[in-house]
Design a binder for this molecule. Structure first.
Ligand code: OOG
Ligand code: MG
Length: 269
């Protein structure tokens, strides 16, 4: 796997109306309507795609949403294989995406949502640019089990690397469980995703770049390319440890992470 493309400077996206694509991405997310891939008729590259993402989330912030963290994506082989894209990506999380632990969500407003088991970091101090794993962990206030609800706005959940980046890396909702001491070892914890009390995906936190802290290191490095830093109080989602599972009306979902506990939500019938 490579994580180098976010540094590309020879953008082929010049001449593309990035704001127009940002409006399309934002409208599709706001209304839960599927749209064709941007790369079907635009020569969008990774740098241009992150610019579309920034502008699209900028529209949400202009409507009053607050940035509360970032999510890392495609940090496990299972995730890369499921969507056919093998680069680590990131997206922005806003307060409006937060789903309370134990709450009920409606499928209204989603296109084709899926859920995946994750680990969340809560930051105590800022992080940006190249850092070691030890430096990254020193900035962490707490760790928690998490469930991410992803929803590609692209038809049939199919996209290229620039498409998914422009679509804020499919960010849609996130659920975070109780926080644990950051000294809790997290490099190889059993992780289970249950639907209606039955395990539907089983994995390990080691599937996340070999150790979820590496995802935090990548987050620090990658946001620096957007002239951002990870802020104190922000949440960083490390990425799905297993493939994601479609949300079904009336079902209950729970993520269990060894030593960290559980997080759950239900979908209205
Ligand atoms: C892209 C988002 C990936 C993860 O945890 O790997 C992601 C997608 O799968 O649609 O959130
Ligand atoms: Mg995810």
């Amino acid at each position: 796997m490579s994580t180098s493309t976010d540094t590309s400077t020879d953008s082929t996206s010049s001449g593309i109306d990035l704001d127009e694509l940002a409006t399309r991405a934002d409208d599709a997310a706001a209304h839960g309507v599927a749209i064709p891939q941007f790369t079907a008729d635009h020569d969008l590259d990774v740098a241009g795609a992150y610019a579309v993402q920034a502008a699209s989330i900028g529209r949400r912030l202009a409507r009053g949403e607050q940035l509360v963290g970032v999510k890392m994506g495609l940090t496990s082989r299972a995730k890369m294989t499921q969507v056919g894209v093998d680069e680590v990506i990131w997206g922005r999380l806003t307060d409006a995406m937060h789903v309370a632990d134990g709450s009920t969500v409606s499928l209204d407003g989603y296109v084709h949502p899926r859920v995946e088991p994750e680990i969340a970091f809560l930051l105590a101090s800022p992080l940006s640019g190249p850092v070691s794993a030890a430096q990254a962990m020193a900035a962490v206030a707490a760790v928690a089990p998490a469930a991410e609800i992803i929803d590609s706005r692209f038809e049939n959940f199919r996209f290229s690397l620039p498409d998914v980046i422009a679509d804020n890396s499919s960010s849609s909702g996130f659920v975070v469980g109780g926080w644990s001491d950051p000294a809790t070892p997290i490099s190889n914890l059993g992780m289970v995703l249950e639907r209606d009390g039955r395990a539907v995906e089983i994995g390990s936190s080691a599937a996340i770049l070999g150790d979820p802290v590496r995802s935090l290191v990548e987050a620090s490095r990658m946001v620096a390319h957007a002239n951002m830093q990870l802020e104190p109080g922000w949440i960083v989602l490390a990425g799905g440890a297993t493939a994601a599972v479609p949300l079904e009306a009336g079902s209950a979902y729970r993520v269990l992470v060894e030593h960290l506990g559980t997080v759950s939500f239900r979908v209205v019938p």
